[in-house]
Design a protein around this ligand. Structure first.
Ligand SMILES: [Ca+2]
Ligand SMILES: [Ca+2]
Length: 173
C-alpha cells in the first residue's frame, strides 16, 4: 500500500514510498496506523547503492561513524548513521494514579516490522527476566518516523522486587 497519497506517481518505484499494510486491504494515506516500515527503506534513504553493498559503510551491521551503534540501531533509535550520537534511553520511576513504578523512557522507530522491544527487570544487575506485562504510559510521535515511549513494570515499586530495568531491542530483518 502507499503510505501517503500525496507522494507523486513518479516516486512510486522508490522503496521509501511504500510500506507493507498491516491489515489486509489497507488503503493509501492511512499513515500512522496502517503501515509498517523496514530497515531496507531507511537504508535506501541513508546510503547510495555502492555504500549499501559496502560492509564497512551501509549494511545493517556496519558502523561507519564509529559510535556505539551499528546501522540497524541507528535506524531503531532514529539516529544519524554518519554522525556519532547517543540513543535516547533512560531507566526511571514512572508515576501513574499516585502509584510509582519502575520504568523506562526510550525513543524508537515507529511501525517497524523488523524491530521488537521487551522490558527486562533485575534485582541484582546480573540476572534479568522479561517483564510479563509492560504498559505503555506515554507515547510522543516526533513526526520523523520515531516516537518517545514510556513503559513501566506492571507491579508498583514496593510490591515488586525489581530494582533495575532495561529494554532489549531485537532486529529481525
Ligand atoms: Ca553508528
Ligand atoms: Ca550515529
Amino acid at each position: 500500500m502507499l503510505r501517503d497519497e500525496e507522494i507523486p506517481w513518479n516516486d512510486f518505484d522508490e522503496v521509501d514510498s511504500w510500506g507493507s499494510s498491516i491489515d489486509e486491504g489497507g488503503s493509501a494515506g492511512e499513515a500512522g496506523q496502517g503501515y509498517q516500515t523496514h530497515f531496507n527503506a531507511w537504508q535506501v534513504m541513508q546510503f547510495t547503492s555502492a555504500e549499501r553493498a559496502d560492509p564497512e559503510v551501509g549494511t545493517a551491521l556496519a558502523n561507519p561513524d564509529g559510535d556505539h551503534y551499528p546501522n540497524w540501531q541507528e535506524y531503531a533509535f532514529g539516529l544519524d548513521p554518519r554522525t556519532p550520537d547517543q540513543a535516547t534511553f533512560q531507566s526511571q520511576l514512572v508515576s501513574e494514579d499516585k502509584t510509582t513504578y519502575l520504568g523506562a523512557l526510550v525513543r524508537l522507530r515507529s511501525h517497524a516490522a523488523d524491530l521488537q522491544w521487551k522490558m527486562e527487570t533485575s534485582t541484582d544487575g546480573v540476572n534479568w527476566k522479561a517483564a510479563a506485562k509492560t504498559p505503555v504510559t506515554l507515547l510522543i510521535p516526533h513526526g520523523d518516523g520515531t516516537q518517545t515511549m514510556e513503559v513501566r513494570e506492571f507491579a508498583p515499586v514496593g510490591t515488586s522486587e525489581s530494582k533495575l530495568a532495561r529494554l532489549r531491542i531485537s532486529f529481525a530483518p
